[in-house]
Design a protein around this ligand. Sequence first.
Ligand SMILES: NC(=O)c1ccc[n+]([C@@H]2O[C@H](COP(=O)([O-])OP(=O)(O)OC[C@H]3O[C@@H](n4cnc5c(N)ncnc54)[C@H](O)[C@@H]3O)[C@@H](O)[C@H]2O)c1
Ligand SMILES: [Zn+2]
Length: 378
Amino acid sequence: MGRASVCATFDVPMQVPARHRVTFTRDVFDPGNPALAQALSGSARCIAFVDDGVAEAHPQLAVALGRSLAARPGMPELCGVERVPGGERAKAGMDVPDRVVRATVDHRIDRQSCVIAIGGGAVLDAVGFGAAIAHRGCRLVRLPTTVLSQDDAGMAVKNGINLGRRKNYVGTFAVPHAVICDEAFLESTPEWSWIGGFSEAVKIALLRDPALLAHIERDAAAIRARDMHAAMTVIVRSAELHWRHIALGGDPFETQSARPLDHGHWLAHRLEGLTDGALPHGQAVAIGIAVDTAYAANAGMLAPAEADRVMSVLRALSLPTSHPLLSDPDALVAGLEEFREHLGGRLTITLLRAVGDPVDVHELDERLLRGAIASLAG
Ligand SMILES: NC(=O)c1ccc[n+]([C@@H]2O[C@H](COP(=O)([O-])OP(=O)(O)OC[C@H]3O[C@@H](n4cnc5c(N)ncnc54)[C@H](O)[C@@H]3O)[C@@H](O)[C@H]2O)c1
Ligand SMILES: [Zn+2]
């Protein structure tokens, strides 16, 4: 007789407690504004990393941040304000996360101290990755500075950098300590960035909120003209819908292969890859939505009048619905398999049956897809 082995299985559902705090405000560094103080309270030290595009447009930012902390009792010591490259350059390898990790060592930023990331979605992703791996997670306070990062990316509970052409291949899921969206930053964003960010608001309106779509349709001209009230109404609602899905939708760390908010994204990812990032994410999403809409209409899922409505709202915002690469359908159709790999399971594409009525499909008819692409080419 052999010795009895000691076997045991432990299997209990586990919940990780977290809060996802998001504030929309204006003039965050005004000493009378409580948002930053609330986010930083309880931290002894902090260090800030600023997108260089933001630093150029707001040369007084470091001084204003320092003054804002000095003006209030009990605020953390500001150990430094460092510039990092803005846009996809921030995510082109480990440079930015390495700098964040090294700074946490040099300035004794512990797990109760804060890393403050100020910038567009790319800088938030790269700095956030560094903050997530230093000490296995320091507090990250995000200040998103573009439309896209305020109406979508800043609400995310993930971060990452690119591995060559593989976007966001290296990263972690991590809930930020706080997110503060200051509308004043949006005033200095370049035109393409301003408009591009609204494609994510159109996307979520199509999926979840017909009233938001009607609002965008009504205010498209005002949004294009940078009317801040019209824009912020849409941005805050879009952020709330993204936030609700992430915080309350039951799959914050994306363990399922369905990505209900990735409407239009299979093609967007492909176009961004094929253009080596020259086509910004927001514009790529608009083209992706247009192609998925044309497909759903060709497949008889979506009424032609609804499809026309989608195309019209994109055009009313000056978002693109076409691209020279649409004349190369072979290159685009290959994006479906790439997207399946990205989801890590069964291909799941979210299409529309009507505004506010999405449906997941697991394959696309290639003939109809090629027809949809051709109908928008040129
Ligand atoms: N973590 C997520 O879940 C998530 C979700 C969506 C998108 N993203 C990522 O977000 C990135 C796109 O972010 P984005 O659209 O915010 O653009 P971006 O971060 O690429 O920034 C675009 C440009 O705008 C500049 N800029 C930023 N704010 C500015 C300001 N206030 N004034 C002047 N210039 C400013 C930057 O320097 C940069 O040159 C992509 O890398 C994408 O993968 C992440
Ligand atoms: Zn997106």
